[in-house]
Design a protein around this ligand. Structure first.
Ligand SMILES: C[S@@+](CC[C@H](N)C(=O)[O-])C[C@H]1O[C@@H](n2cnc3c(N)ncnc32)[C@H](O)[C@@H]1O
Length: 169
């Protein structure tokens, strides 16, 4: 029997561990983010992925973060950087977030959460949407590209998916 996605389970299980900034940039490059595309970071932490998407790739960002304290910190940054038109903050369980408007989805979760998300990605994402997962693959999907990035002596593995065009194994 599979585990059902439960917010409490994932928030306890998935702590805030930020992706190093150079790796964030590689993730967005790997997804080939274009101006005005919409980048969703599911489990946004301090919002660095969406702020980078907006400030360096001229995209729009949706930061989905369950932790209310972290979501508020992201909202404060949005106001300070005057990005209200470019960044939306959703304080909610990422399993409940509608994804039909996403061009790119970024993930730095855990293997079980990625597994639970795979069907949602397949069903909800538009045809050309890309997904980049940091360090943990999405077990049900076939990666289009895998990139290894060395940063501060650590190896980071990035997995690129295009769920609608490259489906299951
Ligand atoms: C490993 S951090 C990644 C942060 C950011 N995406 C990055 O790459 O720097 C995972 C984040 O997911 C959040 N999180 C955990 N479970 C969640 C859920 N069910 N819905 C939304 N956010 C969640 C945590 O609070 C944490 O901030």
């Amino acid at each position: 029997m599979g585990l059902k996605p439960r917010a409490a389970f994932t928030l306890n299980e998935i702590p805030f561990v930020p992706t190093p900034q150079p790796v964030v940039e590689k993730m967005l490059q790997l997804a080939a983010v274009k101006p005005d595309e919409v980048v969703y970071d599911l489990g946004a932490g301090d919002g660095r992925v969406v702020f980078t998407a907006v400030n360096k790739f001229s995209a729009k960002g949706v930061a989905v973060e369950l932790d209310p304290w972290r979501a508020d910190l992201i909202r404060e940054k949005v106001i300070r950087q005057d990005l209200k038109e470019k960044v939306m903050v959703r304080q909610e369980d990422l399993f409940q977030t509608p994804l039909k408007n996403a061009d790119v989805v970024t993930l730095y979760l855990l293997p079980e959460a990625n597994r639970l998300l795979s069907k949602k990605l397949l069903v909800e994402l538009p045809d050309n949407a890309r997904v980049v997962a940091h360090n943990y693959p999405i077990p049900e999907l076939r990666a289009k590209e895998i990139l290894h990035v060395k940063c501060d002596g650590r190896l980071h593995t990035l997995y690129l998916y295009q769920p609608k065009t490259l489906k299951r194994f």
